[in-house]
Design a protein around this ligand. Sequence first.
Ligand code: AHR
Length: 555
Amino acid sequence: MSKEQWNTSNRNYHFFLKIISVNFNGYQDQSLKNCNLQKYASNQSIIIDRISMLLSISLKGQSNTITIQTGDPKVVISKHIYGHFAEHLGRCIYGGFYVGEGNSNIPNVKGVRKDVIEALQKLKVPNLRWPGGCFADTYHWKDGIGPKESRPAIVNTWWGGVTEDNSFGTHDFLDMCELLGAEPYLAGNVGSGTVQDLSDWVQYVNFNGTSPMSKLRAQNGREKSWKVNFWGVGNEAWGCGGNMKPEYYANIYRQYATFMTDWTNTSKMFRIASGANSSDYNWTEVLMRDIPHNMVEGVALHHYSVIDWNNKGSATDFSEELYFKTMKTALRMEELVARHSTIMDKYDPQKKIALVVDEWGGWYNVEAETNPGFLYQQNTMRDAMIAGTTLNIFNNHADRVRVANLAQTINVLQSVILTKDEKMILTPTYHVMEMYNVHQDAKLLPVTIKSNDYVFGSEKLPAVSASASTDNNGVTHISLVNIDATKVQEVSIVFYGSKYQSVTGRILRGSKLQEYNSFETPEKIKPAPFKDAQLKDGSLSVKLPPFSVVVLELK
Ligand code: AHR
């Protein structure tokens, strides 16, 4: 037996002993309480069943094992983990969401594409972040209200140096959110704006009494306020938002937040401090230490799955080596969320302040012959792997991660939708988000995963990722991802607390990792019914094809 084989079987053995003792102690307690011989005997036979099942798993050594605690779930997976992000960047807003009221070629509602509205309604977008990104800290919201013909044109300095005519502004965005059934998340300008501007914006969109701003809103056609809950206080203050140091930003944050609402935040505003870049743990530490906790409801975190910022590689033409590297940076999200959460726990043990991952996703080189400042990229099964594993990480950390936003919704980075004139397609990432929306506002079921390795060269990653929840109707959903590029993964799932009678499922897979939906073949990748899940004696065995995402429903 090689050293590695010995380690694996030793690990399996200890895992097996641990499970048996958890089982046995649980049943022992119960038996003592009940003092019921019949029940005791039946418990013993359950224990023996579990032992033999676990023994067979352990001896096989090839199977992945997942245990799911179904009894008394406490944490709710906030639907806002499934949020999106729309920046004035490339063709996200113009051509993506908005094609103009006068457009007779592309069906629209007040200038917003009908096909996009339908697709996003189906996705159940819970919140939408706007207008940036880096753009947010250059954006002066008053430029985007009032008659469109008199709005000033500005230069979008961050993204391609193009002219921004401000034809899509506050009313357009907030009315669109109403159409989508999504809560708006407005990112305020701290980098180049003023405290007065941001406090005026809050009043303009949220205040129903008489004030200069509510009067102006009514003059512009909206009598009743929209009631915006989510507010970002700047974006990437450490970079494009002003190149600030955390101590300086914490002070600025306090100043801005003071004029957004009152001391007790009676308006129940959810204010989000511009957060760390990936592993800048000091940023989170300083913010948690220096911002009074009654002034902040969320602290942000941005992390992109990038191989190398100097050469991000093609979105569609990549080797398995590059795929492995992408997944390595994507799976780093687990460590980032855990470590930022640990810092937050130190200052906020009751977890009142949320970790808001308001930018995440894959980032590659732009497609050939497109404006480099527009960040337009295709979306393959690799992106489906990023989406599935990242959402599992967020679900499993739902006690702290309560808002997140995929970057970005349409035509930019890891989009869920791509458009080309009157055509629109849904990406593999769209399908993952749609399959996973069953977790929105469901109760998290804690999972323990023992995964085989996905080995590439001398490196390895866990092949299987999972999360589970129970919805209000008592239906359980399990989302599973096998990131292994070549191997099927067999998974044995054991439940503690429930016995299920039936299982159904859907799968998203492709014939190769590089596969994508194009405007010519828009339905190459789409979810299909999944048949490789079997319930036997209350346990589940699942066969996951290479690079696939599966969502199961158990009753
Ligand atoms: O999503 C693209 C850009 O990435 C955002 O504008 C910025 O916040 C981040 O650096």
